[in-house]
Ligand binder design. Sequence first.
Ligand code: GDP
Ligand code: MG
Length: 209
Amino acid sequence: MDSIKNRTLLKVIVLGDSGVGKTSLMNQYVYKRFNRQYKATIGADFVTKELHIGEKFATLQIWDTAGQERFHSLGSAFYRGADCCVLSYDVNTLRTFESLNNWHEEFLKQANPIEPETFPFVLIGNKIDVDGGNSRVVAEKRAREWCVSKGNIPYYETSAKENTNVDDAFLGIADRALANERQQDNIYFRDMSESVSEMIEQRNGGCAC
Ligand code: GDP
Ligand code: MG
């Protein structure tokens, strides 16, 4: 029991426009697989990965948007208690980069963290493999400037398809989340199961009363 209690649970949420590769990044990181087909995310709301960082054991709980990535469409249970927010875009699609301001703002509004200026974000620019980089429209420099403007957000460029930098990015994410950690305890368990049943109610179109 003690060992469970002392394990840190880190809640990470992944935001970004539909199609940028959020689900693919998570699948590549957790299951080491890539699926070429486009499938709106349905089913499990989060995946978990056990990590051993330094002296600590942590469970990274990574929440997917379940295909609902429109602003204001993700319920408060999705944002609640996040330890790190991953913002993601597709380096080949300008619109997805331009949406980052909105996602950043939406997170701060919905999650309402105690210290918004220091809340840990990470930015991922995905799909760097496409056309050998020739169809890229957002330069690394531009992305890094955006990160600086938001308070020095760490930046990773990845390919979920070719498994480039995916582990590194999630390790960076875990690091950032750990800095914002909260101990997993009974209250948190209760909090989490409430969140999950809320999500199910929302999905089923309301409460059962
Ligand atoms: P999500 O809507 O953000 O969850 O995006 P998905 O993970 O469903 O990916 C959308 C599409 O982009 C799918 O067809 C994926 O196979 C493809 N995709 C995702 N990541 C990459 C990548 O790194 N490179 C390439 N070439 N395609 C990718
Ligand atoms: Mg998805």
